[in-house]
Design a protein around this ligand. Structure first.
Ligand code: UDP
Length: 313
C-alpha cells in the first residue's frame, strides 16, 4: 500500500484530500497542528487501519518512519483574517515548512505537491490569469505575508526540482468553497451564509464590484489528484472560471437562503484584488480537467452543511 503524507489534514482542503486518498486505497498520514484546522473534519477517519494522524507543526523537523511515496503540503492559514492574525506563522509554514517537506521528499524519494494560490497573482492587471503571468503583489501590504510565503514556496519548490531532481508539482488554487469551510474564517461565502442563518445583514466590502470565481471543492480535489498523477512540474491553475461580482454573489446567497436581511456596505480591505478568474487552458489540455459542479448546485450543498453546523451549536 503506497503512503501519502497530507499536511493541513484537519483543514478544509486537507480533510477532503484525506478522504480522496483513502478512497483510492492509499495509506494516509494526516498531519496538522490545529492552528486553524479542526479534528471534526477527519474524525470519521480515525477508526480506519490505513489512516494515521500526527499532531505536528511542519515548521519543526518532520520525521516519518519507513517508506513515503507522496506528500501534499496543504498546511497554512489561508483566509485573509487568519493570516492577518497570524502573519509570522503564515510566513513560516510557507517557507520553513515547505523546506522541511521538500527535504523529506528528497530523503524518501517521494513526489511532492505544494498548495500555491491565485494570491501569487496579487491584484492582477492581466485578466483572466494564465500561469505565465507573474503577478502584481504588494510585498509589505497586509496580504503580503501570505502572497510572498506562497511565492517563496513556488521558488524553492522549483529549486529542489532543478538542483536535487525532486519530483514536484505546484497547484495554484483559486477561491474554493464547500462543506468543512470554517463558519468564522471571514471569507465571503461563510460570512454571507452565517449572516443569513443568524438573521444578520450581509457585509459586502467596498461597492461589491470586485470579482471572484468560485470552485466547488469536489472539482478542485479532482484537479489536484490529476495533477499529482501527471508528469507536469510547472504550476497549474485549478479553479472555476465562472466569474461573479461579490455584490451579485451576496444576492445569490440572499435568494438561496430566503433571508429577509439586506446587504450593508463596509470599507474595502487594503489591497483587496479587484478581479480574479483563472485561465484553465493548461489544466484542460494536460489533465483533461474542468469543473463540473455549477454554483447553484454547489451553494445548495454548502448551505445544507452550514445550516446543520449552526443548528448543532
Ligand atoms: N468580502 C466581503 N464581505 C465579507 C467577506 C469578504 O465583501 O464579509 C469580499 C472581500 O473583500 C473580497 C471577496 O469578498 O473582495 C472575497 O473575499 P475572501 O475573503 O472570500 O477571499 P479572497 O479572494 O479575498 O482571498
Amino acid at each position: 500500500m503506497e503512503k501519502v503524507l497530507i499536511t493541513g489534514a484537519a483543514g478544509f482542503l486537507g480533510s477532503h484530500l484525506c478522504d480522496r486518498f483513502i478512497k483510492e486505497g492509499y495509506h494516509v498520514i494526516g498531519m496538522d497542528n490545529l492552528l486553524t484546522g479542526n479534528l471534526d473534519n477527519i474524525a470519521h477517519l480515525f477508526r480506519l487501519k490505513n489512516f494515521e494522524y500526527y499532531h505536528h507543526d511542519v515548521t519543526k523537523f518532520v520525521y516519518i518512519p519507513g517508506d513515503l511515496h507522496y506528500i501534499l503540503h496543504f498546511a497554512s492559514p489561508a483566509s485573509p483574517i487568519d493570516y492577518l492574525k497570524m502573519p509570522i506563522q503564515t510566513m513560516k509554514v510557507g517557507s520553513i515548512g515547505t523546506m522541511n517537506l521538500l527535504g523529506l521528499a528528497k530523503d524518501k524519494g517521494a513526489r511532492i505537491l505544494v498548495a500555491s494560490t491565485s494570491e501569487i497573482y496579487g491584484d492582477p492587471d492581466v485578466h483572466p490569469q494564465p500561469e505565465e503571468y507573474w503577478g502584481n503583489v504588494n510585498p509589505i501590504g497586509p496580504r503580503g505575508v501570505y502572497d510572498e510565503a506562497k511565492r517563496f514556496m513556488e521558488a524553492i519548490t522549483m529549486a529542489y526540482h532543478n538542483f536535487h531532481s525532486v519530483d514536484t508539482r505546484i497547484v495554484r488554487i483559486f477561491n474554493t468553497y464547500g462543506p468543512r469551510m470554517r463558519l468564522d474564517d471571514g471569507r465571503a461565502l461563510p460570512a454571507f451564509m452565517s449572516q443569513a442563518l443568524r438573521g444578520e445583514d450581509l457585509t459586502v466590502f467596498g461597492d461589491g464590484s470586485q470579482t471572484r470565481s468560485f470552485c466547488y471543492v469536489d472539482d478542485l480535489i479532482e484537479g489536484i489528484y490529476r495533477l499529482l498523477m501527471s508528469d507536469y512540474h510547472l504550476p497549474v491553475n485549478i479553479g472555476n472560471p465562472n466569474e461573479i461580482s461579490i455584490r451579485q454573489f451576496a444576492e445569490e446567497i440572499i435568494a438561496l437562503t430566503g433571508t429577509n436581511q439586506k446587504i450593508v456596505y463596509k470599507p474595502l480591505p487594503q489591497d483587496d484584488p479587484k478581479q480574479r478568474r483563472p485561465n484553465i487552458d493548461k489544466a484542460k489540455q494536460l489533465l483533461g480537467w474542468e469543473p463540473k459542479v455549477g454554483r447553484a448546485e454547489g451553494l445548495k450543498i454548502t448551505y445544507e452543511y452550514f445550516k446543520n453546523k449552526i443548528q448543532q451549536r
